[in-house]
Design a protein around this ligand. Structure first.
Ligand SMILES: O=P(O)(O)OC[C@H]1O[C@H](OP(=O)(O)OP(=O)(O)O)[C@H](O)[C@@H]1O
Ligand SMILES: O=c1cc[nH]c(=O)[nH]1
Ligand SMILES: [Mg+2]
Length: 209
């Protein structure tokens, strides 16, 4: 599908299978989401620019590549996005963080915004928006709308599972924002859940069902 990269690394796929299993406990689900997020972070940051810095090894001076972590913003769509955020911050501890509070109304499936906080100068940073689920796309579209409104120009969207319907909506709304996912699932059911999916990501992470 255009605009989408499926991260099919075997470790990602294996961990995702365990997460999908209905008998997987909240504790295991949370641990796996943290593990998988570091692997996804590795892929979504694969082509980031490095700058050269002069350093001294015990033997000599050299020009060595460094990543300017503070030029990166991880934008977590609350609540479930925080499950991806944690592992990503382990890999890039100097990244800045934005929290975008959006939940999906159960009846209308529309996104309801309730919180927004972001660092300054979003226009100078790469913003990686994270949420485990891209279902109808309403939440991620609203989150990216808001980030763009505050100046973000260079964005990527990272999730665990995406439904084709949601990807289509997202790519139509934000053709400039590439989508990365561990799986493109089959479809949405009548309640807007991803099939085969893994259920409600926030509830499975936090045990709130
Ligand atoms: O693509 P959509 O159809 O908008 O659905 C996806 C959204 O639904 C879930 O959040 P939810 O609303 O359950 O909130 P939560 O993270 O607080 O549980 C998920 O984490 C996404 O944010
Ligand atoms: O399948 C879905 C759809 C939206 N949100 C979830 O957590 N799961
Ligand atoms: Mg949400």
């Amino acid at each position: 599908m255009d605009g989408v990269t499926v991260i099919d690394h075997p470790l990602v796929q294996h961990k995702l299978t365990i997460m999908r299993r209905k008998e997987t406990s909240t504790a295991s689900f949370r641990r796996l989401l943290r593990e998988i997020s570091t692997l996804l972070c590795y892929e979504v940051t694969r082509d980031l620019e490095l700058t050269m810095e002069t350093i001294e090894t015990p033997l000599t001076e050299m020009q060595a590549p460094v990543l300017e972590g503070k030029k990166l913003v991880f934008a977590s769509i609350l609540r479930a996005g925080n499950g991806l955020l944690e592992g990503m911050l382990e890999l890039v501890p100097s990244a800045r963080v934005s929290h975008v509070g959006v939940y999906r109304d159960h009846d209308t499936l529309q996104a309801v915004e309730y919180y927004f906080k972001a660092p300054e100068s979003l226009d100078e940073r790469l913003v990686i928006v994270v949420d485990p689920m891209l279902a109808t796309g309403n939440s991620s579209i609203a989150a990216v709308d808001k980030l763009k409104e505050r100046g973000a120009r260079n964005l990527r969207f990272l999730c665990l599972l995406a439904a084709p319907e949601g990807v289509k909506n997202f790519v139509e709304a934000h053709p400039d924002v590439p989508v990365y996912t561990a799986s493109l699932d089959s479809h949405l059911n009548e309640k807007g859940y991803i099939v085969p999916g893994l259920g409600d990501a926030g509830d499975r992470m936090y045990g709130t069902k």
